[in-house]
Design a binder for this molecule. Structure first.
Ligand SMILES: C[S@@+](CC[C@H](N)C(=O)[O-])C[C@H]1O[C@@H](n2cnc3c(N)ncnc32)[C@H](O)[C@@H]1O
Length: 217
């Protein structure tokens, strides 16, 4: 039997996948050591958490997806796997180390990594040439943010979403879920047990009735 050459295309994805994983784990850990309160976890989210959160997305209707606090891209790469060819993903993070890593490792014309705060989502979306977002997912450590900043981010998110769109959060503590329930018209709850530590999930839906009326017209 012929041995597979070292540079064969069959081997490259596995090797580059492992390399990306090792590099991303070390960058994530450095990000945590430098800004423990803002990163808030030493381990990225689990695959089970990612799958559970994204299961409620209607990908056929998704033109703009926004991600807050992507870190090293644990959700980002999966969102890009599922996003339609005409869809766009904007990831916003305050940590330049994470943004530089995402720009260097994700080569996809549908993707834009923005160094900035989720509080500025409306201007970021507008400057990228979009009127509204279909979905916003947040990995932000809401409990570590000043209360007015946290509330401001949830308010700006409500405004930037289209009717029928959703704000999705995953957090160890209930802060993000409580803020979502206070602002959004309907909220679904979930729990990801296979995460370190287990994680509370929430999907806040914006005015689904208006979206249905619009679709019927
Ligand atoms: C717990 S980490 C989430 C990492 C990743 N999404 C995951 O699931 O593994 C929190 C992230 O939020 C970012 N962050 C904190 N405050 C922010 C803000 N106001 N706007 C955007 N990103 C922020 C941090 O830099 C960090 O990347």
């Amino acid at each position: 039997m012929n041995p597979t050459p070292l540079n064969s295309p069959a081997k490259a994805p596995a090797r580059s996948g492992l390399l990306r994983f090792l590099r991303s784990a070390s960058i994530f850990l450095r990000g945590f050591i430098e800004h423990p309160a803002m990163v808030a976890s030493v381990v990225p989210s689990s695959q089970a958490t990612i799958d559970a959160m994204l299961a409620k997305v209607d990908w056929s209707r998704c033109r703009l997806f926004v991600e807050y606090g992507p870190g090293v891209g644990t959700f980002t790469t999966r969102i890009l796997d599922l996003l339609p060819p005409e869809g766009r993903l904007i990831a916003i993070d305050t940590n330049p180390r994470f943004i530089e890593f995402l720009k260097r490792t994700i080569d996809d014309p549908r993707f834009e990594a923005v160094l900035g705060s989720a509080a500025d989502v409306e201007s970021i979306v507008r400057e990228a040439g979009h009127a509204r977002a279909d979905y916003v997912i947040s990995g932000l450590p809401f409990t570590a943010l000043p209360e007015d900043v946290a509330r401001g981010i949830v308010d700006a998110t409500y405004r930037v979403l289209r009717d029928g769109g959703a704000f999705m959060t995953y957090q160890f503590l209930p802060t993000a879920r409580d803020l979502t329930e206070a602002r959004f018209d309907r909220t679904d709850r979930g729990l990801a047990m296979w995460n370190i530590p287990p994680c509370l999930l929430a999907w806040g839906w914006k005015d689904e009735a208006a979206a249905l009326r619009e679709a019927a017209e």
